[in-house]
Design a binder for this molecule. Structure first.
Ligand code: HEC
Length: 86
């Protein structure tokens, strides 16, 4: 029983961190097209690092050109992360 409870708590703690961490979501959902530091890839050659937070948020929620909207719970955190990339 205690072991069972501990597992649930661990999973909950991990999920909580992932939700609050824009960097982790970026790595999971954006990096494959935009590169680890927003430098761009073959998929999306134009760098997005340092992009205005509002533009990044719009791209995530509504899509932009060839990019489809990305459904994530922490879009604002990810937009902040993108804007902070150098
Ligand atoms: C399947 C590949 C793909 C994924 C995944 C993807 N993007 Fe994009 N993204 C693109 C492409 C391609 C463009 C260029 C769109 C165009 O101008 O045609 C783009 C454009 C952008 C732009 C520029 C918008 C502007 O105003 O110029 C931002 C910011 C951006 N993406 C952020 C993100 C973020 C943040 C994520 C993760 C939540 C993400 N993208 C996931 C392919 C992707």
């Amino acid at each position: 029983m205690m072991k069972y409870l501990a597992t649930i708590l661990l999973v909950a703690a991990f999920a909580g961190t992932a939700y609050a961490d824009g960097a982790a979501t970026y790595a999971a959902k954006c990096k494959m097209c935009h590169g680890a530091a927003g430098e761009g890839t073959k998929m999306a050659p134009a760098p997005i690092k340092g992009k205005a937070e509002a533009d990044a948020l719009k791209a995530i929620n509504e899509g932009k050109g060839k990019m489809k909207a990305v459904k994530i719970g922490d879009a604002a955190e990810v937009a902040k992360f993108v804007a902070g990339l150098k």
